[in-house]
Write a protein that binds this ligand. Sequence first.
Ligand code: ZN
Length: 164
Amino acid sequence: MQGDHCAGGNRMSATRKGKVTKEIPAKPREPSPSKVKGLAKRDLARFKRLLEEEQRRLLLELEGVEEIVEGAREEISGMNFEGYDEDLADFAVDTFEREKGLVLESSIQDMLAQVEAALKKIEEGTYGICERCGQPISLERLEALPWAKLCISCKALEEKRRGM
Ligand SMILES: [Zn+2]
């Protein structure tokens, strides 16, 4: 696949509010919690705790990274480019650090959006149900990846489609 408007791994910009517009080809019929056997209340509560913990952790991490990125940004904007040749190495290092920070920042935001979306689903009663096929996501998979949106087979399909 090529020609994606946003290159660089992140398929969508993770907005802080967690409202992410996705490409849903044809609306998969509304997975209603009454039809699909959902998770036991106890499991739900457990996943909710896990997700909330993860959310806290990510927010803390994000704060840390934002500080680093801010710092690097200030440093670079205050740089004198006349001594470019000599400082090239330093500049490269700074840029590298900053890029790394930005990449890290956006991947944390991406994760955070996924965690928040999962928490929202818990509230809505659609947690643990595959967004694509409407079947329950296996407990095993949720244990490993509490914010999983797709069941394992849909996930595999999607990755194949993306050429990952
Ligand atoms: Zn599925």
